[in-house]
Write a protein that binds this ligand. Sequence first.
Ligand code: CMP
Length: 135
Amino acid sequence: MERTFAMVKPDGFSRGLVGEVIRRFEGKGLKIVALELKEFSPELAEEFYAEHKGKGFFSSLVELITAGPSVGMVLEGPNAVKIVRTLIGATNPQEAQPGSIRGDFGLELPANIVHASDSQDSFKRESRIFFGKEF
Ligand code: CMP
């Protein structure tokens, strides 16, 4: 069975969308393997989003992700990476389809409610950074 990492970001947390996001993942049939609430330090945020360093939106992204708690989770199910990416929708909430989490609840980048790993490599890396252990 495949695993992936997903995270309700501080904008989603502050709007009270943790339960809604988890309901959609569980409703689809995915199993929660790990779940934790965590506040990102600027250092941890820079490590987590290292691939975006140097981009114009990087400082606003770090500001967003350090603004309050995030809720990270490891999810398990067949083809979990692809299924979760479909459930959350396109990165830009203005382009995300209605019916997806970002399409239903997001309005403007960088605030797009959730993050999810885009590959098995990023799942390994991101879950290690968030939980401080291997999955
Ligand atoms: P996420 O899936 O967590 O991965 C990187 C994040 O950077 C993304 O969601 C957005 O929050 C943010 N982001 C990506 N592209 C842009 C952009 N063009 N402008 C502002 N923020 C962005």
